[in-house]
Ligand binder design. Sequence first.
Ligand code: SF4
Length: 362
Amino acid sequence: MMFQRYTHLVDDALAGLAPSRETCRWIMDGDDVQLLALLQAAYVPREKVFGRKVKVHILNNVQNGRCQEDCGYCSQSKDSDAPIEAYPMKTDEQIFAEAEQAAKNGASRYCMVLSGRGPSMERTKKLAGLIKGVKDKYPVEVCLSVGLIDDQKAQILADAGLDRLNHNLNTSERMYKDICTTHTYQDRVNTIVAAKKAGMSSCSGLIVGMNETTDDIIDVAMKLRELEVPSIPVNFLIPIEGNPMYSDHTLTPEKCLRALCLLRLINPTAEIRAAAGREGHLKALQPLAFWPANSLFVDGYLTTRGSDMANTYRMIREAGFEVEGNELYEAQGGEAQAYRVDDTALPILKPEVARKSSCVPS
Ligand code: SF4
């Protein structure tokens, strides 16, 4: 009887049906949930669409800090005292060199991220040129995260060949005002709709661990389904000292896995990403994330360190999954080229974004 519940989850996911709200609440909070059975239920639709492949994404923080928005979880916001060093947009040469390195390291997607509310028309055109240049030179898909954009700017970026526009919803509509007051949930939804209208794929996800309720997580997961978002990063709040939103202390490895399963079962054909914070929150259970999730970031996040390529690729392989690489990566011999020394004992902030005066060694 008990296992029928998991069988129904699988049947519904394969039929493209979302679980009921009551079932979603059970997935997140049920005392009688058997984690391995839930992971296996989430694995079936994952395997059907993506096999055992894991997509690897590399973030390039093209512009850091100096943001006038007040997103409470973000170390680049005007209200954060996190010890990061702001820098303006990197040069074209730096951006191309980093794209080449990402391709050589096996990234299927190169994600350029700029801090700020949204780009001017001039900045949008500049980005369009860069996107075209990266795509002409390297065998990677390009994703851009650049804040709020309207229909016209979305079209310029789409015409340049941008594969995907990222803009996270982060939480439910109900909770949005508690995490940010300088723009609205609807502003974010509008950006995703603009990307879609321009013919681009969208990437939008959430952050778990910001003092939200289970229903907030379910609401944002359902909204992403309604918007037909094909790529969903599931972030787990990284406690960065100096940020207004530090930690709600509720995240356990099991809760993180349940959230990944929930997102997979509500969005069975989407790319589900075990995103920021996977290392610190999933801990020893990290490899189990590959049952619901089929992608991740390597080499850290916007301002914080994360697991490096060597350790991440080894974890993927040892869990019985395979890295989805690209031609340049394969031509260089694949994973052997990507090995580097990991050092998880280093401070949480990335060296290139940490202020020289902070405790982080330069
Ligand atoms: S999330 Fe984006 S818009 Fe919000 S504060 Fe950070 S950089 Fe600014």
